[in-house]
Design a protein around this ligand. Structure first.
Ligand SMILES: [Zn+2]
Length: 848
């Protein structure tokens, strides 16, 4: 069978967003100007709630459940990738923007929408009316009539808070039995001081532990066999009941208060029109489409899964293959956090190895055997949610409201190799290596074309047709032409859980560790090597000012390999600034072209990283993708750019429209959970890896569930803590800035400063030059000069006060929330003087 592909322009050109150009990227992202209008406070408390139906279980509703997993097509009707096949849509698919305002707040027919108003349309099946709010009044929660009961003993089932703290310390220290008993003897003495300390022995502590983690859905051992050649080989899966895991979270009144159970479309009034914007999965298309298939009143319960094999031991001999689950109805800051609502390991897939074969063998029998083990394992993991995805289930949540849920898989985060396992395509080396679309393997570099999408329904039909062939060759020919493997996909047994739609672009693996780390960065180093400019590169890299949230590279950057995705992301941002005077047009013509490509890459990456996307920013991002494609074509002679990681970002903006912004499907928060697993492995006897790991994970989660706030959040991009030297005191606060860390001994006059530095040009006639600078700055920004004078008139006798920290508050241009940034000067930051920005001196002065 010959596969036809559609070739048509993918992206229309749109003007580039003003101010979005490089090399100002880092500065723009962190230093947007303060806004004049009120801004939404990110820290605004979320106090629930949504209207609850409270409807009793309805047998008719249960019977009305859809069966989306049923195959709607007869096997002989194989869809072929054809010229008139539907192509992926672009940002234009957000067609609800600018819709009628006829559903304004009930009873307020005279409501006139204003600029920046926010409109929320709920799915018709939710029975909830649309609402419109003025920008400053908009929150993501409606006022609640439900107040979770106070938790008087959050440390239960430990007998006291002190007991819990003791156990936590033992676990963190990795103490053995004798050490614990010694510790207990010590604590007995403490008890006499009045603390409630009740442990009698190590066994007593373990019994309490067991009571604690038995309250969460436990792991169970699930052995199964898969045939390899002529032998049935046994494998062991450790898994938790996925439905019960979801019920654990739904039972928590604090968590359920933060969950959104209805699909919604959010719009913002801009330029007299309603413009749709997307952030969480419930605001994106997939959630809406699924709720459209459910009975009225039923709620989609969205699962986000992550899977990846990881090394547990330092030398990589011990490996684990955890599967991590999250409830996507929770907001992303909780879902990616460390509390009970954060990611939880729900299974350890078996590690497959046959001693006589290398792991990367391409032997087809072995390759198919590994896929079979993978999907039999996942079939066991998904079995508990198979019926809940098709016929739903009723559950009384922690807020005492009974709801009719239908579970579906909305997102699967994984690297490319894992995605190929998951959707059962042949991957790299096959005719069609993309898990999302049918891009031919030789045209991965051509980013200006779009290709027919894979779907689960098409895969099932192709498989049925291939299996109906009379010869093995004929069967193989059909499967090869679609890049598929002869295996049944476990995800397709669930309703509304097409794995081809659940996987997608991943910035960490495809961009930071992939396209940048393995290709662009390698090529830049090659050009630097040709010019013998490695030392200059390192020197200039070290001169990049330290900035909160941005890795600083001190020395030997040119020769160092970085495995950390965040470091690679920051390296890509810094490199363009560092090489601009090295890889010039004349010194390195190819290096110069590569830099222009790097600039486009950074712009695409910046847009893909946004926490909120409007139709406008989607169009702007796609325009950057087009620019990147053109620059790539110019640089095509430098190396072979035909690999999957240069193609996968073409699905990035479609993923955002389908499943929410990128941080919803980021693999980074799950990858960071590998670290604690390695620590636990180091403390183990290094035997029975999965069994031991399941036990330890359950203990650790019991710890988190026992006292950590259920909705504890955590900012994965947070920088190192603020300087420990500068005391935060005597702050001078204005509306959008705050001066902090006053240097107490610095109360001097301008004249004193000039006299103290007689040989330093920087201080020569400081007051005169300061007057000139401030006058020009005030005029440029329309600021009235004090006392209505024509110019600022500071004199040598004016007293000055030195500060070392300036906090700036502003409205983020990306998500409209209040953001802050810090410019900090420090004389001994990591043994060297630090300033927050090149545009500021190392002193921040206030003139009294
Ligand atoms: Zn593709």
């Amino acid at each position: 069978m010959e596969v036809q592909v559609t070739v048509q322009p993918q992206i229309t050109s749109h003007p580039t967003r003003s101010g979005a150009t490089l090399p100002s990227v880092p500065a723009e992202r962190q230093n947007a100007p303060a806004a004049s209008r009120p801004v939404r406070d990110a820290a605004q408390p979320h106090r629930v709630s949504r209207p609850h139906s409270g409807a009793p279980p309805d047998d008719d509703a249960r019977r009305r459940a859809p069966d989306a997993a049923a195959d709607p097509h007869p096997a002989h009707q194989v869809p072929r990738p054809t010229a008139d096949a539907p192509q992926r849509s672009t940002g234009a698919s957000t067609s609800h923007a600018g819709t009628s305002t006829s559903h304004l707040d009930a009873g307020d027919v005279d409501f006139e929408p204003q600029e920046d108003d926010i409109r929320v349309e709920y799915h018709p099946n939710s029975g909830r009316p649309s609402t419109t709010s003025h920008f400053e009044e908009f929150t993501r929660k409606t006022p609640s009539s439900y107040t979770p009961p106070p938790d008087d003993i959050p440390w239960w089932p430990f007998r006291s808070e002190f007991d819990y703290e003791f156990v936590r310390l033992c676990l963190a220290a990795g103490l053995n039995k004798d050490q614990v008993n010694s510790f207990i003897a010590l604590m007995r003495r403490v008890e006499r001081g009045g603390e409630s300390f009740t442990f009698a022995s190590h066994a007593d502590m373990q019994r309490t532990w067991k009571d604690a983690y038995d309250n969460l859905t436990p792991f169970k051992k699930q052995p199964f066999t898969v045939r390899y050649k002529d032998e049935d080989l046994e494998h062991v899966l450790w898994t938790r009941n996925l439905e019960n895991y979801a019920k654990d979270l739904l039972s928590d009144p604090l968590l359920v208060a933060d969950m959104e159970f209805d699909a919604q479309r959010l719009m913002k009034r801009t330029g007299g029109e309603w413009e749709r914007f997307v952030d969480e999965p419930c605001t994106a298309n997939r959630f809406w489409d699924v709720q459209s298939k459910l009975p009225p009143g039923a709620k989609p319960l969205a699962l986000h899964l992550y899977a990846d094999k990881t090394k547990l031991s330092s030398f990589g001999t011990a490996k684990g293959h955890p599967v991590i689950a999250r409830i996507a109805n929770l907001p992303v800051h909780i879902r990616n956090g460390r509390g009970k609502g954060g990611g939880r390991i729900v299974a350890w897939l078996p590690i497959v190895s046959v001693p006589e074969l290398p792991e990367d063998t391409t032997d087809p029998v072995y390759v198919n055997y590994k896929r079979e083990v993978y999907h039999v394992g996942f079939r066991h993991i998904l079995e508990p949610v198979k019926a809940p995805s098709r016929i739903g289930f009723w559950f009384r949540c922690g807020d005492q409201v009974e709801r009719n849920f239908y579970i579906f898989i909305v997102i699967v985060s994984a690297d490319h190799e894992e995605q190929c396992y998951l959707v059962l395509i042949r991957g790299v080396g096959s005719l069609f290596p993309c898990p999302v679309c049918l891009v031919p393997s030789k045209q991965l570099w051509d980013l200006l074309k779009t290709w027919e999408l894979h779907t689960g329904d098409k895969a099932k039909i192709v498989l049925a047709l291939a299996r109906s062939q009379s010869t093995a060759d004929a069967k193989e020919k059909i499967l090869k032409e679609w890049g598929l493997r002869d295996k049944d996909n476990s995800f397709l047994e669930l309703a509304n859980s097409d794995p081809f739609r659940a996987v997608g672009f991943d910035r960490l693996h495809a961009f930071h560790l992939g396209l940048w780390g393995k290709h662009i960065w390698v090529l830049i180093k090659k050009y630097l090597h040709t010019l013998k400019a490695g030392a200059q590169f390192d020197k200039q890299m070290n001169m990049i000012p330290r900035w909160r949230g941005l890795s600083h590279f001190k020395s030997d950057t040119y020769k160092t390999s970085f495995a950390d995705g965040k470091k690679m992301e920051d390296l890509s941002k810094n490199t363009l600034f560092v090489v601009h005077n090295i890889l010039t047009k004349t010194a390195s013509p190819h290096g110069y072209l590569l830099c222009s490509m790097l600039r486009s890459y950074l712009e695409v990456d910046m847009y893909l990283s946004f926490d909120v996307h409007t139709e406008t920013t989607i169009r702007e991002g796609e325009a950057c993708q087009k620019e990147f494609a053109i620059r790539l074509a110019n640089e095509k002679k430098a190396k072979d750019w035909n690999f999957i990681k240069i193609h996968s970002h073409t699905h990035g903006f479609q993923d955002i429209l389908e499943k929410g912004v990128m941080k919803n499907h980021d693999t980074k928060p799950s990858e960071q959970m590998h670290g604690p697993n390695k620590d636990r492995y180091d403390q183990s006897n290094h035997k029975d890896t999965d069994e031991w790991a399941s036990e330890k994970v359950a203990q650790a989660e019991a710890e988190a569930a026992a006292t950590a706030p259920a909705d504890e959040t955590y900012d994965i991009s947070a920088d190192a803590p603020a300087s420990s030297v500068t005391a935060v005191s005597d702050a001078t606060v204005c509306a959008h800035y705050k001066l902090r860390s006053v240097v107490r001994a610095s109360q001097r006059t301008l004249g004193d400063i000039e006299l103290a530095h007689p040989d330093d040009e920087a201080f020569d006639k400081l007051h005169v030059r300061l007057n000139t600078y401030l006058t020009a700055t005030f005029r440029a920004h329309g600021i009235t000069i004090p006392r209505n004078a024509q110019s600022v008139q500071l004199k040598p006798s004016h007293q000055i006060k030195e500060y070392r920290q300036l906090d700036i508050f502003y409205e983020s241009k990306v998500d409209w929330r209040q953001s802050s940034d810090i410019v900090r000067a420090h004389p001994h930051f990591h043994s060297r003087e630090r300033c927050g920005s090149t545009t500021y001196s190392t002193r921040i002065l206030q003139v009294d």
